[in-house]
Design a binder for this molecule. Sequence first.
Ligand code: 5RP
Length: 224
Amino acid sequence: MDQNQLKRLVGEAAVDYVAARVTRDSIIGVGTGSTANCFIDGLARIKDRFAAAVSSSEASSQRLAALGIRVLDLNDVSEFPVYVDGADEVDPGLHAIKGGGAALTREKIVRSVAQEFVCIADASKRVPVMGRFPLPVEVIPMARASVSRALRALGGDPRWREGVVTDNGNIILDVHGFSITDPVGLESEIDHIAGVVTNGLFARRAVDVLLVSNAEGVEQVKRS
Ligand code: 5RP
């Protein structure tokens, strides 16, 4: 099975996971990226079994709407049971790096309102220690140089993702060279740099359930 087939497989498994937990008035949190797109496409087959979605990007909102799924503004929602999204790396403690698609800030906001974060990934995303995938950091444009200096002082090698503007009008720095053995500490440290909007570590509020696909099928891993 190639990676696209593995993404489709885990996207469908997430639809089954959600279908078993929703009622007609449920709202579902929906993430961003190619794996999340497989989930969105699969959601269409159960769209009469839940009320609406909240989404972590303009792209996902458009994809949901095109499938006839109602999309609510997060400001109109106080809580919902499940947020389903992909990841760039996941470690054994179910901490994740996200933001390869530059949607990390809205992803973290939507995740913060969800009772449960269900992460969907193919097996290539599981790593013993995160950091080979460069850590995305969303930054206010005027702070690009000052934040880069602060990230260098933490031992990283930040590179500007030129040409990319987030849905919030900001820029992304991709930080190479970290070996992330203390994801909770690093998440907090980077968040405290002036000019940082969000960093792509989901560690203080990590993944609750990981659905991970490989050639044998989909494994479910729960955070202990
Ligand atoms: C977008 C994300 C994505 O979930 C992450 O980059 C994984 O993407 P894909 O499923 O395309 O591999 O965090 O900001």
